[in-house]
Design a binder for this molecule. Structure first.
Ligand SMILES: NC(=O)c1ccc[n+]([C@@H]2O[C@H](COP(=O)([O-])OP(=O)(O)OC[C@H]3O[C@@H](n4cnc5c(N)ncnc54)[C@H](OP(=O)(O)O)[C@@H]3O)[C@@H](O)[C@H]2O)c1
Length: 247
């Protein structure tokens, strides 16, 4: 895919691995200035060095942390006009035996984290739109908001929440010029699920990945960048991106 994001100032949460890291690399390669956010500081510092970006440690579950990060980005890079709210965790386990703290981590990160992220940058996006430029708030959801797998009811619920949040914010912010979009991946190469507590769930996930063959994270990154490079009048509002073999 070809796209040009010269002049854009981008923020990517969950940029220390997987889809977020690939998106940061693609945004930078397309000419954007990029701030990379996550909790693992060494990872984001190394990535920022590689792409000549800005590493900003942040925990999206903490509104103060993300607001502080937003202020640092404004000072160092200028006003963001492209925010990729991507940070997420996935823990699968049978509902009857799952650890409640794994549910809380998913709700706090995948849904509440996106809400805090949107709030921290909404004024920047509205200002960018008012100045006539494109302004994008990209939510990384999941195909799990459409197709639910046993053991993943809570993960799916968070991603269905992301889909609803996206539609709601689109109604609110679209008329003011901000493009709000959901990019919903299927099986993608990343570290997702590696730390889930349920050993059988980890093994089952590995098997599905072996059988289906995930797409590289750079494929998802390309769709995020391509949709952001569309003319400001056009919002590619929802994208399901998955391996062809996932069906
Ligand atoms: N891979 C797939 O098959 C797939 C499919 C559908 C949807 N997705 C979605 O894609 C997104 C990215 O996941 P991925 O697949 O790239 O997995 P990943 O490699 O595990 O990346 C997850 C990222 O989220 C960050 N993160 C987690 N909790 C955070 C917090 N509290 N504050 C800030 N950052 C946090 C992690 O960084 P730190 O740990 O350093 O904070 C990491 O950079 C997620 O929303 C996921 O649900 C992935």
């Amino acid at each position: 895919m070809t796209y040009d994001l010269t002049g854009r100032t981008a923020v990517v949460t969950g940029a220390s691995s997987g889809i977020g890291a690939a998106t940061a690399r693609a945004l930078a390669a397309a000419g954007g200035r990029v701030a990379v956010l996550a909790r693992r500081v060494e990872r984001i510092e190394s990535l920022a060095k590689e792409i000549d970006g800005l590493a900003v440690p942040a925990d999206v579950t903490d509104p103060e942390s993300i607001a502080t990060a937003a202020a640092a980005i404004r000072t160092e890079l200028g006003r963001p006009d492209l925010v990729v709210a991507n940070a997420g965790v996935m823990n699968g386990a049978p509902f009857a035996t799952a650890e409640p703290r794994e549910w809380s981590a998913m709700v706090d990160t995948n849904l509440t984290g996106l809400i805090h992220t949107g709030r921290a940058f909404v004024d920047d996006l509205l200002a960018a739109a008012a100045d006539g430029g494109p302004a994008d708030l990209v939510h990384v959801g999941s195909i799990a908001s459409h197709e639910v797998f046993p053991g993943y009811a809570v993960y799916a619920a968070t991603k269905a929440g992301v889909a609803a949040l996206t539609r709601g914010l689109r109604r609110e912010l679209g008329p003011r010029g901000v493009r709000v979009r959901a990019v919903e991946p299927g099986l993608t190469e990343s570290e997702l699920g590696e730390t889930m507590l349920d050993a059988e769930g980890r093994a089952a996930l590995e098997q599905i990945r072996r059988e289906v063959g995930p797409i590289p994270a750079s494929d998802v990154a390309d769709t995020i960048c391509w949709s952001a490079a569309a003319p400001a009048r056009l919002n590619v509002a929802q994208l399901i991106v998955l391996p062809t073999t996932q069906g």
